[in-house]
Design a protein around this ligand. Structure first.
Ligand SMILES: C[S@@+](CC[C@H](N)C(=O)[O-])C[C@H]1O[C@@H](n2cnc3c(N)ncnc32)[C@H](O)[C@@H]1O
Length: 494
């Protein structure tokens, strides 16, 4: 039986809305490494306990549908979907033909009705987010008329799957953009959905399959095509790779299978930044780093290498009772930060708010900050990895200088530093040279655009800067001269 025969409804959108307070399972992709931080936010703001998936970069939690809007407002989550069905231990058959039959049967067996009702409710509350940035049509476009998109990964890379998709999208849009979003597509889509709700045209859909695991006899493309064909037949929907109304997700991780319906058209991390730079950090990742600092009321929080300002902007939107100071030695980066702040201020003023933001931006050299010693509560920054920004060679000189100057401006005994870098070797070496001033608390391993990076959480020791031999340093590249740091000013001796 197809959906109409099972439910007696001719149009799939004629499903009734969910009962108020109906329990549903929401799945969310999050920055890899920040699953537990995201789970903490879910607990704190929704009072729901999230499960961290074996498939890294995902969490699941149960909510009642009246909390759906709040889910969209969480800061740790990238993409959202409502779970149709989860299988913890799906028994895959051993031949391609058998698996194909299973996919075809699965579509008719799944409990779609509630998930579709949540999808429908979600359409009515979803913020209009502007034109979707479309990626190139996938290879499966050419494989037949079923809208499918698929990705296969080997197990070791599986956690990077969604990150990589995100990274691809970001690459296409990392440029300064006009502050005026284009809403035509959303408007058009909205009226189409209204038509469809009245039963005039069939829904358009696509199936996106993400697969990780080496024991499958099929590819993600096979799964998306076969399952997609069955979904099409069951619902009598129309396949469309780009202008789809419903995106059905088929996530396969070894024996774990989750079927879901996407609730976001684009990742929720696209919120603060309108003027991008070459290494703009995702807002969700910035949020995860900020949560590690546990900012307190009236804390002075500094991002001394702010780039486009992703970290301080995210901070100031969530922790308005702290004061943020951002700086960069690159003039273009500083202008981008300023433009991003202006854009947010305009948005908030247009929304009726007259208050400013407790955030300032300065052009400076982190190795010589124009700031008083022992005045900062938190340093949080995304350091040059030495790949797209700076060079590994320069990092050998830069990192020790950074850690020293950060130690100088931070309050002894209480200040924290949360530092992101992929250049782990250089960072750890620099840290070992200054361990009297910084103590490493822990490291969170994250994925930044496909790169394995560490977020190092440090605590400033009680040692007063300028009173130990560690304030004397020998830069790697300079011959015999030694840099001696006295309180604030670096003095060069031959
Ligand atoms: C990885 S990027 C930061 C990206 C930023 N988080 C964003 O979202 O755009 C590192 C930044 O460090 C800056 N930088 C490098 N050396 C610096 C120095 N000595 N003082 C201040 N900023 C520096 C670079 O100009 C670059 O903008």
């Amino acid at each position: 039986l197809n959906f109409a025969e099972q439910t007696g409804k001719t149009c799939t959108l004629a499903v009734s809305g969910p009962e108020l307070d109906q329990a549903v399972t929401i799945g969310a992709t999050v920055p890899t490494g920040f699953e537990h931080t995201a789970a903490e936010e879910v607990q704190e703001k929704l009072e729901a306990t999230a499960r961290v998936s074996k498939n890294r970069g995902r969490i699941y939690f149960d909510i009642t549908t009246d909390k759906l809007l709040k889910v969209h407002q969480l800061k740790s989550l990238d993409n959202l979907f409502v779970v149709v069905k989860e299988y913890d231990d799906y028994q895959f058959k051993t031949t391609k033909e058998e698996v194909q039959i299973d996919w075809q049967e699965l579509a008719a067996k799944l409990p779609w009705t509630n998930a579709l009702a949540v999808w429908k409710l979600n359409n009515s509350i979803k913020k209009k987010k502007g034109r979707r940035k479309r990626t190139n049509p996938t290879k499966s476009d050419q494989c037949g008329n079923v809208g499918t998109k698929s990705t296969d990964t080997v197990p070791s890379d599986s956690e990077e799957l969604w990150e990589d998709l995100e990274a691809l999208e970001v690459k296409g849009t990392q440029k300064d953009v006009s502050s005026q979003p284009e809403n035509d597509y959303e408007e058009e889509k909205h009226s189409e959905i209204q038509d469809q709700e009245s039963g005039v045209t069939p829904l358009k859909f696509r199936v996106t399959c993400n697969r990780a695991g080496d024991k499958h006899c099929f590819t993600s493309n096979d799964a998306a095509r076969d399952f997609g064909g069955a979904v099409q037949e069951f619902f009598q929907w129309k396949a469309d790779m780009t202008k789809f109304d419903v995106e059905v997700l088929l996530n396969i991780h070894n024996n774990e299978v989750v079927v879901g319906i996407a609730l976001t058209v684009e990742s929720l991390h696209r919120r603060n930044i309108t003027h991008f730079g070459p290494t703009t950090l995702r807002s969700t990742l910035a949020y995860g780093m900020l949560r590690l600092c546990k900012p307190q009321v009236s804390d002075v929080i500094v991002d001394p290498m702010c780039g486009t300002g992703a970290i301080p902007l995210e901070g100031v939107m969530e922790w308005q009772n702290s004061f943020f100071l951002a700086g960069d030695n690159n003039g273009t980066a500083v202008s981008r930060s300023v433009n991003n702040i202006k854009h947010i201020l305009k948005r908030t003023h247009d929304g009726g708010s007259s208050s400013g933001l407790p955030l300032d931006v300065v052009q400076w050299d982190l190795c010589n900050l124009p700031m008083r010693s022992s005045s900062v509560d938190i340093i949080i920054t995304d350091m040059p990895f030495g790949k797209r920004m700076g060079s590994k060679k320069k990092n050998w000189e830069l990192y020790p200088l950074c850690l020293r100057e950060m130690a100088r401006v931070c309050k002894p005994g209480t200040a924290k530093a949360v530092l992101l870098t992929q250049d782990k070797k250089c960072f750890l070496k620099a840290l070992s040279q200054i361990e009297g001033l910084w103590r490493k608390l822990h490291t969170v391993w994250v994925n930044v655009g496909g790169l394995h990076a560490g977020v190092f959480v440090l605590k400033r020791t009680a040692v007063v800067f300028g009173t130990t031999s560690e304030d004397v340093m020998e830069p790697h590249t300079s011959g015999k001269e030694k840099l001696y740091w006295k309180a604030k000013e670096p003095v060069l001796f031959q």
